[in-house]
Write a protein that binds this ligand. Structure first.
Ligand code: TNX
Length: 553
């Protein structure tokens, strides 16, 4: 499909484990004396409690991502018709999170669940700015007969704690109509905080366009697994998806099509703001990407003057890569980049702006380096931190730049070393190895959707790697986090997005969140299997991968 990738080998049947053998996971469970961090012993039973049945609450620690620490014990808490959600008076953020939780719980429990001031039993949501244990995104959840209390230093931690609470309740809680219950939460304490600050999913809205509603649906799914970034790939050869006032034809003309010749589309500024607002209500930061200087056919087709020869190419609806380039020597090119970055930065409250930089096969190396120097300076001028695909390290990453590694097992040693050397020199890395975390890679030879240029990526393969040890020579501290990109050459709607993202996305989310000590495929696959009924209750069209022991309910 991608000519530049035609020579890549597809390797099958890879099951090797990279780190954290099962023995280590089991030892941890044994030595932790009642503290279960993984939550499932090899037999699939919950550590520290009996097997999960419909009659007993789901054991603490049986969530995805695995919590840093879970100490089961004491009586469970039961949500009843009399339960109140209690938030501190005057805390707007806690109240919003309380309302959000009530929105999840009310339809299925059928209870009123008023969100009221603090004091008394119930579900208590507390932001305590002095809570030094939890960090920016961590939380503590305590459950006993009288109450479930989630305490966090900040609202993001409180929100993540609420996701844990959701997962401790029966899967039926996710349904939209009244269900039977009982609504029990196991007794004990969860203390939790993320391993990495950057836990991202990317959606390619260029190859196929997705509506605001489809993006929101994905955001809700990411939130359940404690992801905190949504990277939107807003431009590519096949479509420009964001309105830019100073260059209106980018969207109105360049957004008019997509792979296969469909109608495409674009986000108005208000649409984009609505996505940003919705993401931030789920504690996700939007990272917008304008891919430069390659992957720009839609822009070049919209404005003839952006082309070196002054001639606009036709719109493109195929799936080749690497054939387009902005005109590096032209001054107008940098007016264009400046305008786009300025308008996009103004719409984006988040810290980052992604400028692509991948597969610039039609740009000479010198031109590439010169272009990326100028583009990075423009991003800095508008107050954003630049992210680029890892090819950026072949140029001169500015101080503070982030490189996103998307290599795979066939990536040459020299290219890996270039990225690792940049990391040694201070460039932070987001890891999205194509043969591990690319959600558009087929699971196996029978997968209908997706591509296979980086090989098949089974559920185990997408989970079973260690970000800290992944790239030889890159210091551990240089790893900002992980991303699961979803390229959409073959994907046209939410059903298809979900078929590829689930169940691999929760594994990448867990790599980003859970401590390395919890890493164990045999335990993970049981916890993941328990997500099946929850995903079904949510109407998520997940792939029932045979590697996973899917729970019946
Ligand atoms: C490579 S990953 C690309 C994309 C394709 C993707 C398909 C990257 C930075 N570039 O242009 O959509 O492969 O898997």
């Amino acid at each position: 499909m991608n000519p530049s990738k035609g020579t890549r080998l597809v390797r099958l049947h890879r099951t090797q484990r990279t780190a954290f053998p099962r023995l280590l996971g089991s030892l941890l469970l044994v030595t932790a004396a009642g503290i279960s961090s993984v939550g499932a012993a090899p037999g699939g039973q919950a550590a520290g409690s009996g097997p999960a049945t419909a009659a007993s609450p789901r054991p603490l620690g049986q969530t995805v991502p695995a919590p840093a620490e879970a100490k089961p014990g004491g009586s469970p808490y039961t949500i009843t018709a009399g339960t109140r959600i209690r938030v501190e008076d005057g805390s707007r953020e806690a109240r919003k999170i309380g309302d959000y939780l009530a929105g999840v719980l009310r339809p299925s429990t059928g209870y009123a669940l008023p969100v009221t001031g603090r004091g008394g039993d119930g579900i208590r949501l507390r932001i305590d700015s002095h809570d030094s244990a939890s960090g920016a995104e961590g939380y503590t959840l305590k459950s006993n007969r009288g109450s479930v209390t989630i305490t966090a230093r900040g609202p993001a931690g409180l929100f993540h704690g609420v996701q844990t609470l959701r997962q401790l309740l029966p899967a039926d809680v996710e349904k939209n109509s009244r269900q039977k219950g009982p609504w029990e939460v196991a007794g004990g304490t969860v203390k939790d905080a993320p391993r990495y600050a950057y836990r991202s999913a990317m959606l390619d809205v260029s190859r196929h366009f997705f509506s605001v509603a489809e993006v929101k649906r994905y955001i809700d799914q990411l939130a359940l697994y404690k992801m905190n970034k949504l990277h939107l790939h807003l431009s590519d050869d096949q479509g420009w998806r964001i309105a830019i006032d100073s260059w209106p034809r980018l969207a109105t003309y360049g957004g008019q099509t997509e792979v296969g010749g469909g109608a495409g589309g674009y986000y108005t500024k208000n649409d984009y703001k609505e996505i940003v607002r919705y993401a931030s209500s789920r504690y996700l930061e939007v990272v917008p990407e304008i891919d430069l200087p390659g992957h720009t056919n839609a822009a070049l087709a919209s404005y003839a003057e952006l082309n070196c020869n002054g001639v606009a190419p036709p719109l493109y609806t195929g799936t080749n890569v690497g054939f387009s380039s902005l005109c590096v020597p032209k001054a107008l090119t940098y007016d264009f980049v400046d305008d786009v970055v300025r308008e996009l930065a103004a719409l984006t409250p988040g810290k980052y702006l992604h400028i692509g930089g991948d597969e610039a096969h039609s740009t000479s190396h010198e031109d590439y380096v010169a272009f990326m120097d100028k583009a990075q300076a423009i991003v800095g001028k508008y107050g954003k931190t630049v992210i680029g695909w890892h090819q950026l390290t072949g140029g001169t990453p500015v101080k503070g730049a982030v490189a996103q590694y998307w290599g795979y097992d066939q990536t040459g040693a020299a290219e890996r070393k270039q990225v690792a050397d940049a990391a040694v020199n201070g460039t932070k890395l987001v890891l999205s190895p194509a043969d591990r975390s690319y959600l558009d890679m087929k699971y196996d030879k029978d997968t209908k959707l997706g591509l296979a240029w980086a090989g098949y990526v089974s559920v185990q393969r997408s989970y079973d790697w260690n970000p800290a040890a992944y790239l030889d020579g890159a210091p551990e501290g240089s790893i900002l986090g992980v991303e699961a990109p979803l390229w959409s050459e073959t994907l046209t709607n939410s059903d298809e997005i979900e078929q590829m993202a689930f169940p691999r996305l929760p594994g990448v989310a867990e790599l980003g969140w859970s401590p390395a000590s919890t890493h164990d495929w045999d335990a993970y696959k049981v916890r993941l299997g328990a997500q099946g009924p929850r995903l079904s209750a949510l109407g998520v069209n997940y792939y029932r991968a045979p590697q996973v022991p899917w729970a019946a309910q």
